[in-house]
Design a protein around this ligand. Structure first.
Ligand SMILES: Cc1cc2nc3c(=O)[nH]c(=O)nc-3n(C[C@H](O)[C@H](O)[C@H](O)COP(=O)(O)OP(=O)(O)OC[C@H]3O[C@@H](n4cnc5c(N)ncnc54)[C@H](O)[C@@H]3O)c2cc1C
Length: 250
């Protein structure tokens, strides 16, 4: 059985139709795609998206799958507008319901969580770096996993927090994850949250919310964020072999 447990068609390009667009924050929108060939993805994996201009010029970018592996033919991507970017402003400004977009996947075998994996689980994300972590949390919820989990999510302000309502609901559910927000440009909204950039002391506190040292740590965001978070996790005493990272660029 291959890592993706998928057929060859899973990895070929297909024309996926945008069936719904939902603004999430001022700079991030969710795009729901209907797929001719459903993806049998795992939480944490991504797809490649390819845009082709009338003159044949193509641009390709990767986007993590926000949906849990649910066996349907619909996937959700959450795309953040990078002002100077080529592809992400197209999605923000131009892409519309009914458009067909070329997409292939699922891709990535390293940054992947399976419900049977050993816990506790520690998730650390910044901005749109939440997306693959959300897929893990959604699957954890869908299979009613009791693997202890904590999420530390860094954002600039409260209005930049992606999926805030869903995360709060998930954290209050029985077996829900521990949740901490770190806002870098605003005072925290809840007493248990942080009003500063992440650091080793913060990570030590979040790890302390778990019943044991994390067996799996997933860190996702910009290069700088991932470096800082990984250093902080190691400084808090987590073994390097437990840590997996996904870098979005920037
Ligand atoms: C595995 C993987 C999964 C990804 N998943 C997502 C996702 O779920 N949602 C999402 O919004 N993006 C995601 N990305 C980032 C995405 O692939 C693009 O890099 C991003 O959309 C920018 O593309 P662009 O064409 O708009 O900008 P580009 O034209 O590629 O870049 C323009 C400028 O912006 C800088 N830049 C690129 N990305 C960032 C960034 N994230 N932050 C700050 N500056 C940046 C570049 O260095 C460059 O200087 C993922 C990347 C990888 C590798």
């Amino acid at each position: 059985m291959s890592d993706n447990d998928g057929s060859a068609a899973d990895l070929g390009w297909q024309n996926a139709r945008i069936i719904r667009i939902e603004p999430r924050t001022a700079t991030i929108k969710s795009f729901f795609f209907q797929l001719p060939v459903p993806l049998r993805h795992r939480a944490g994996q991504h797809v490649d998206v390819r845009l082709t201009a009338p003159d044949g010029y193509t641009a390709m970018r990767s986007y993590s799958i926000a949906s849990a592996p649910d066996g349907t033919d619909i996937i959700e991507l959450a795309i953040e507008r990078i002002e100077t970017g080529e592809v992400s402003p197209f999605f923000d400004d131009v892409a519309a319901v009914g458009d067909d977009i070329e997409l292939r996947g699922p891709l990535g075998g390293h940054f992947v969580w399976r419900p049977a994996d050993a816990g506790p689980l520690l998730l650390i994300g910044a901005g749109s770096g939440l997306v693959p972590l959300l897929a893990m949390l959604r699957q954890r919820r869908d299979v009613d996993s009791d693997t202890p989990a904590a999420l530390l999510l860094a954002s600039r302000t409260w209005s930049d927090v992606l999926y805030a309502d869903e995360l709060l609901v998930e954290s209050e559910r029985p077996h829900g994850m521990q949740l901490r927000f770190a806002l870098s440009r605003q005072a925290p909204q809840r007493p248990q949250d942080y009003g500063r950039r992440i650091d080793a002391a913060m990570l030590a506190e979040v790890i302390g919310l778990l019943p044991a040292a994390p067996a799996a740590v997933f860190i996702c965001g910009s290069n700088g964020f991932v470096n800082t978070a990984a250093d902080a996790v190691l400084a808090a005493g987590v073994h390097a072999t437990a840590v997996r990272t996904e870098r979005y660029g920037g």
